[in-house]
Design a protein around this ligand. Structure first.
Ligand code: SF4
Ligand code: SF4
Length: 448
């Protein structure tokens, strides 16, 4: 009995000490302190029972062992899984002109401006709110930092310079390919190029914007020209995202839009070199709705923030897409109820959102599709005050923790067991805080 108590207590103690060390290294001192206190508290009853003689020792031993076993079973036994999954596919297409980036580019006294608000008069007052603010990456915003904003601008300008390469000449000689082999090759190569994941889906009408809304593509009707779409995710650095809504967040966004875009451009060019049509969809030049393509390509689910929630990085990713006629093997969508269920319970992003843009309600049918929709006007208006793309919702999400042993163990439990999911979400609030304070920028990037 004594040996069992020592082993069980020591096992738990070591696990929580390990969690404390991981948290300390992740610059989470509060979580590290909480994990360390838990390690001590959990050790006490096991060791007291093991070493101090008292009446009723067998009863306390049974209680401790029952608790220990229950914990393991809650973690390991699958329950509350995909039987409850429900997805309603979108009926219509999204018009890119309705997105905030497109509306932000509308200049007063131009034809597009007059035309847009003639057809959407209800949006005029909402948009005048953000037009009265300083704007993204501008001096005078609350998060203004000349170094961070200039760095972010450098990334976005580099992407802009690459936009002309999304299309290109297709080689006249068509190299014969086997769908399995070429699908596997592209996935492995894109990961070598820096993607954390790559998935393939058959392109659907609802993946494609009905009409372009940016730059020279404004007002252009988009049609389905390719059969397949490849989606790539790249990771946004955890340390940078933890600073949200500081300037370092928009720096990281710009960098990862560029990284994902670069991978898409290389893969598209590669496919054209083989003699097949391919178009890259990169920041500022999308014809497709990336999160919907990525979800159908099996890379994640759409969560409460309206972003793709991925198994290893949560919403802490950026996405780019390549559409093509290259014959490919498609992936199965995850159809993972655990993400949806976690978002139904958690609501942490909605609580911290500085613009109250995130709904506290359950998913709703909006434009024929079952999902959460943020209030994009409120969100964007906050961006134009802060000067950054905020990212507070991404930074506090329990799925955004780094991709390492500790957090992947928790992610496995959350995916596997509804009961564990409930406990893990509560623990996340206790250990990391329900409204965690933004972290300072990484030491090497701090400015005076
Ligand atoms: S913070 Fe919570 S509710 Fe928001 S996306 Fe993440 S899991 Fe879902
Ligand atoms: S980016 Fe910021 S303002 Fe926008 S939804 Fe997320 S937390 Fe809210």
């Amino acid at each position: 009995m004594q040996l069992i108590l020592i082993l069980a207590g020591a096992g738990l103690f070591l696990f929580f000490v390990y969690s404390a060390v991981v948290s300390w290294r992740e610059r989470e001192p509060v979580a590290a302190k909480h994990f360390f206190i838990t390690a001590i508290l959990i050790l006490i009853p096991f060791f007291l029972t093991a070493f101090i003689p008292f009446t009723g020792k067998v009863f306390v031993f049974s209680l401790l062992m029952a608790g220990w076993t229950a914990g393991i079973l809650i973690f390991l036994l699958p329950n509350g899984k995909n039987h409850a999954y429900r997805q309603v596919k979108p009926e219509g297409k999204i018009d890119e002109r309705d997105t905030m980036f497109s509306r932000n580019e509308l200049m007063p006294d131009t034809e597009n401006f007059e035309d847009y608000y003639k057809h959407h008069p209800e949006k005029k007052a909402l948009d005048d709110r953000f037009r009265g603010n300083k704007g993204l990456l501008q001096k005078g915003t609350t998060q203004y930092n000349p170094f961070y904003f200039a760095s972010a601008d450098a990334s976005f300008e580099t992407i802009a310079a690459l936009r002309n390469f999304v299309n290109g000449t297709v080689a006249t000689e068509k190299i014969p390919v086997k769908p399995e082999e070429i699908s596997r090759y592209i996935k492995n190569w894109s990961k070598k190029l820096g993607a954390v994941d790559c998935g393939i889906t058959e392109l659907q009408d609802y993946h494609i914007y009905s009409t372009g809304g940016r730059g020279e593509r404004y007002g252009r009707k988009f049609e389905k020209r390719h059969r397949f779409a490849l989606a790539f995710t790249v990771e946004m650095n955890h340390e940078m995202i933890q600073t949200a809504p500081a300037g370092t967040v928009v720096m990281e966004s710009g960098q990862q839009y560029l990284e994902s875009g670069r991978i898409a451009l290389q893969v598209a060019r590669f496919i054209r070199n083989l003699g097949y049509e391919a178009r890259a969809h990169i920041d500022g030049n999308y014809e497709v709705v990336c999160p919907l393509v990525a979800r159908d390509a099996g890379l994640g689910e759409i969560g409460r923030i309206g972003l793709l929630m991925t198994p290893k990085q949560g919403p802490r990713v950026r996405i780019a897409v390549v559409t093509t006629n290259l014959p490919l093997i498609t992936d199965r969508p995850l159809h993972d109820f655990s993400f949806i269920d976690a978002c139904v319970q958690c609501k942490k992003c909605a609580e911290v959102c500085p613009s109250n843009a995130i709904s506290f309600n359950d998913r709703e049918i909006i434009n024929g599709s079952l999902h959460w929709q943020i209030n994009q006007e409120s969100c964007f208006t906050f961006w134009t005050i802060a000067g950054t793309d905020c990212g507070r919702c991404i930074s506090v999400c329990p799925y955004s923790h780094p991709d390492n042993g500790l957090h992947n163990l928790v992610r496995f439990g959350m995916h596997n067991s509804g009961a564990f999911r409930k406990i893990a979400l509560k623990m996340d609030d206790i250990y990391y805080g329900r409204k965690p304070i933004p972290k300072p920028p990484p030491k090497k990037l701090q400015t005076t």
